[in-house]
Design a protein around this ligand. Sequence first.
Ligand SMILES: Cc1cc2nc3c(=O)[nH]c(=O)nc-3n(C[C@H](O)[C@H](O)[C@H](O)COP(=O)(O)OP(=O)(O)OC[C@H]3O[C@@H](n4cnc5c(N)ncnc54)[C@H](O)[C@@H]3O)c2cc1C
Length: 386
Amino acid sequence: MSLNPLDLFDIRSQLGEDEQLVQDSVARLVDEKVLPVIGRCFEEHRFPREIVPELAALGLLGVYLRGYGCAGLNAVSYGLICQELERGDSGIRSFVSVQTSLCMYPIHAYGSEEQKQKYLPAMARGELIGCFGLTEPHGGSDPANMKTHAKRRGGDWVLNGAKMWITNGNIADLAIVWAMTEEGIRGFIVEKSMAGFSATEIEHKFSLRASVTSSLFFDNVVVPEANVLPGVVGLKGPLSCLTQARYGISWGVIGAAQACLAQLLDYTKSRVLFGRPLDNNQAIQLRLADHARRITTAQLLSLQLGRIKDSGRLNPTQVSLAKWNNCRMALDVARDCRDMLGGAGISAEYVPIRHMLNLESVITYEGTETIHQLTVGRELTGVGSF
Ligand SMILES: Cc1cc2nc3c(=O)[nH]c(=O)nc-3n(C[C@H](O)[C@H](O)[C@H](O)COP(=O)(O)OP(=O)(O)OC[C@H]3O[C@@H](n4cnc5c(N)ncnc54)[C@H](O)[C@@H]3O)c2cc1C
C-alpha cells in the first residue's frame, strides 16, 4: 500500500468521522472558492471579502464556541479548518483566526450576556466583522507596556491611543481593544461608528497581501460601560485569546507547507534536466524527504496538542512550542520549494513564493519566534528572561 506523501503517518486515520467530514468540506471550499482567485488577490493586495458569507455558511466563524449560533466543534476540528484554509492562503486563515479566536472568543469568555447576544450570532453569520487591537507602534513583544489607556468619566470610559498591524482593521465593524486603566488592562468593544475611532490601511506590504492590515487610532473615544468586557482584568485577557489563535496557527501553517510540497512533487517529476526528471537526483530527493519529515512531525505535534486541548489540559507553553516549530518548518519548506523551482520560483504561477512571503508574517505575529523560544526557556528554567 503506497503512502500519502502529504500524510505519511496517516494522521487521517486518527480522526473521527465528523472531523474528517469537517476537513473535507473546508478542503472543497478552498479548492472551489479560494484557489481560483487567491493568486490574483495577492497581486492586487486585496482581501477577497466575497468569501466571508461562504465561510459563515459553513459555520467556520466561531466554530469551537458553544451557543450563540456557533457550532461548538472540538479543537482538532478547528485545527483541521485552519490547515485547509492556510493551504489556500495565510490571509484567509488569518481572517478566520481573528474573527473566531481574537474577537468572538473574548466576548464569549469574558463578555456579559447582553454583549454575547448582541455580537456573537451576527459575527457567526459574518454580518459583523471584528479586529483585535493589542500591538502598539512602539513594540508588540512587550504588551504590558501599552500606552493606550482608558479613563472613567461618569458612567462611560474615554479611550486614547493607537494600535498597529491590526488584521481586518479597515473592514471591521468592531474592535476588541486592550487598554490600560487604573484597574489594569481591560478589554473594550469599540464600534466603528464611535466618534474619534479611525482606521488606516497599511499598504505596500510584501506579505499577507490578501489580508487587510491597519493602524487604529482612538482620539477621546467615549465607550459606554456596557461595552467593557466585565469578565477579565489584566494581561491574561489578551494572552488567553492569543493562546487560542496560536493553537490554530500551529495547524494552519502545515497546510501552507503541504501546498508547497504537493506542487514540488509534480514539478520535479516533469522538469527534465541533464536528460532525466529532476526528482531522480539524490539531492532533490533528500530535500523532498526532509520536507515530508518536517511536515509529518508538525502534524503529529498539532494532533497531540489538539487532543490535549480537547481534554482541557492545555498549557500555553505547549502552544508556544508548536507555533515556533511549525511556523519555522513551514517557512523553511516554502523557501526551499521556491528554490527548487529555479527561476519559476519567483513567479506567481507557483504557490511557494506566496506562501513563503505570507509565512514571514505568520512567524512574526502572535508572538515572534524568539518570544516563543523564550517562553519555552522560561518553562524549562523557571526564569523569565524577557
Ligand atoms: C501582517 C500582520 C498582522 C498582524 N495582526 C495583528 C492583529 O490583528 N492584532 C495585533 O494586536 N497585532 C497584530 N500584529 C502584530 C504582531 O503581533 C507583532 O508584529 C509582533 O508581536 C511583534 O511585535 P513588533 O512588530 O512590535 O516587534 P518588536 O516587539 O519590536 O520586536 C522586534 C524584534 O525584537 C525581538 N525581541 C523582542 N523582545 C526580545 C527579547 N526580550 N529578547 C530577544 N529578542 C527580542 C523580536 O523577536 C523581534 O525580532 C500583526 C503583525 C503583522 C505583521
